[in-house]
Design a binder for this molecule. Sequence first.
Ligand code: TYM
Length: 333
Amino acid sequence: MENQRKPIVFSGIQPSGRLTIGNYLGAINNWIPMEETHDCIYSIVDAHAITVRQEPKALREATLRLLATYIAAGLDPKKNIMFIQSHVPQHFELAWILNCYTMFGELSRMTQFKDKSSKNADNINAGLFTYPVLMASDILLYQTDDVPVGGDQKQHVELARDIANRFNGLYSDTFKLPNPVIGKKSAKIMSLQEPDKKMSKSDKNEKSIILLTDTDDQIIKKFKSAVTDSLGQVKYCDEQPGIKNLITIYSIATGKTIEEIELEFEGKGYGDFKMAVGTAVADMLRPVRTKTDELLKNKDYLEEVYKEGAERAARIAQRTLDKVQRKIGFIHR
Ligand code: TYM
């Protein structure tokens, strides 16, 4: 039906350091086709990034670069709302309220909290602990149906759902219950050096990660030195985690199926295969990198996009916040 509302999508990425192809394939790349079928809202979640210490200048740069990357990757600012999280204070207002409807035990069970607190033992701040509540607020403010993320964020989206459910149960329907949407192939892109570990932008070993800022040469070099095994066959199986990861990446970059890839490299060595993956990824990322750099030269345009995005986002967010405040007994301003 023509007037039927499209389902709503919300997702975000932290502007902490540089993006990897994990972020690109696990998130942004899956967002692009959604602009036709959904009303999409994408945030650059700077408030999440400060749960780990950030250098202010670097945070500002990474925030703008991330917005430019969203656009360069193919997200149309006219069709999608794109905004910087700290520009829409409703996120913080709802987060405080939802803090009071989230249990200490629930937050203690979050794998990412356990992981990040062990990595940042000298700075286990309260923000790191309550981070999933801010994420729930991001999602719930927009009455979101679908949240396209990588597999590592599934637990957080499920918590958002639990919080929404609890609130709805106490006060009548207020929030839509969101669903995590996770790419089948792209759920977990692994480190190139330790293929049993997720590729992560905080990895100290540069050879483990492909950055969106890497040049063609750097990309190819990193794939050439990717860890494989001694079996010598390009086969998609759990016994060969390094090769499995490379097949996944190659499959997404080229659109070829796993069977086609296994056939293509039957009887060929890992050297040929790794070169092909490197070239395909370089081809995939080159236009995004070039366009990002170009967009970064036009700060006025980026400012226009994030200002308009924040205005549109705030209008939607305020509607939900008003409803919540009324239901819990806050007096209307
Ligand atoms: P962040 O910034 O760590 O990562 C951004 C997105 O990239 C995905 N991702 C991966 N996918 C596949 N393989 C990998 N190796 C890989 N590494 C990262 C993540 O799953 C994510 O989708 N808490 C979120 C940001 C956030 C958010 C939100 C997301 C804040 N509020 C509301 C959705 C909705 C985060 O830290 O993502």
